[in-house]
Ligand binder design. Sequence first.
Ligand SMILES: [Zn+2]
Length: 264
Amino acid sequence: MLNIEKILVGGINIFSHPVCDQNNLFCGFTTRDGGSSRKPFDSLNLAYHVGDDDKSVCKNRQLIINKLLGPGPEYIYSALQVHGDNVLYVDRYTGHKDGNIPIEADSLITNKSNVPIMVLGADCNLIIIIDMKEKAIGVVHAGWKGTFNGVLGKTLFEFKKHFNSSPENILVFFGPSIRKCCYKVGSMLIDSFRGKFCGEDYYYKSGKDFFLDIIKLNLIHLKDFGIQKDNIVDIRQCTSCSNGFFSYRREKDTGRQAAIAMIH
Ligand SMILES: [Zn+2]
């Protein structure tokens, strides 16, 4: 399996995988470069709720449509992210003003063309799922709460329900997120995970501090669904110790990058 690569499309740096282009799909993880937002949201902030100027966010989203997705879609669809486990099926009738769907969901799925779906994050894991056979896509926002609640596993269950997906046809891309190098957490959180997840390789201790590996935890969900290692690609980028991304833990007041997927 090839890697996710940083590519320049229409003046915008995104991380994508060659298999997407080859299969008439767009799937990409944005960085913080190439947009219009001013500090501390500079510059490609795609979230309205963080205190940025709405006009800048709208301009940034339109830039994504014009340079990366179009022609075709009018909006990029996103829902209200609440670190939960709700999975929402999206079609063009789901959309509301500016593509903001007023429903709580941290996972969006679709099998419709020209319906771009998006989840946002600044440290939380952003994941793209593709069913190559049934032509269906999903985007998932999974921080520790979403991971604890099993949002990725629930999304795969919905793929099976809506699209009759089989594990061997599913590809999973892990996007930028805070990694175990930087994700220091309290011992009580580790205890909660130990009560729910087997094994111990998803955290490590350094001195008195615990560090959590959210990717490892989500890999457990993928394994449970029967997805093979070869079908999983990790971008291997830490939002906290790289300057190319928004990081809530590093900056607090900051923007959001996105995982965006669309069937052409
Ligand atoms: Zn790091």
